[in-house]
Design a protein around this ligand. Structure first.
Ligand SMILES: [Zn+2]
Length: 156
């Protein structure tokens, strides 16, 4: 196949795989399974961390899947344009884990809450990269994950 034809085919294929939807004012960018996972994660945040949810909807404009991993071990990161980027390498590993351990699903809402705390810090003009800022985000993340795991035990 001619190189241009291959590139055209690839572009059409990727466009078909990647779609956009908006949920509660948050634009989600990625394959359809990613949309489902993010919407389910947002619903769990709304239900189990309502105190975080209003800020989250106000501050997060986009949640997107990205191939860029800024450092090893980074699952997600946010930017000054109110976007949360979920690293695809992490996402696909997580999706495999969820198939075996459904409880692993709760990592996704926890990660979104973690990044939303950083967006809140930026929005309030606070330092978002200091150890204290990271601690605040980790505490919010762990608190939600603990609540979700306890709830999971009750409903199982
Ligand atoms: Zn962080």
């Amino acid at each position: 196949m001619h190189r241009a034809a291959i590139l055209l085919f690839l572009a059409v294929f990727l466009a078909a795989c990647s779609t956009e939807t908006t949920y509660q004012g948050i634009r989600i960018e990625g394959p359809s399974k990613f949309h489902e996972d993010i919407i389910r994660a947002l619903k769990l945040i709304e239900e189990h961390a309502p105190e975080r949810y209003a800020d989250l909807c106000r501050l997060v404009k986009v949640i997107r899947l990205t191939r860029r991993r800024p450092a090893p071990g980074v699952a997600a990161y946010c930017d000054g344009e109110q976007r949360i980027h979920v690293v695809s390498e992490y996402y696909y590993q997580w999706a495999q884990q969820v198939k075996v351990y459904p409880v692993a699903f709760y990592y996704m809402p926890a990660i979104i809450v973690h990044e939303a705390v950083h967006l809140l810090q930026m929005n309030e003009g606070r330092e978002a990269r200091s150890p204290n800022a990271e601690l605040e985000a980790i505490q919010a993340e762990q608190s939600l994950r603990t609540r979700l795991i306890q709830w999971h035990r009750v409903v199982e």
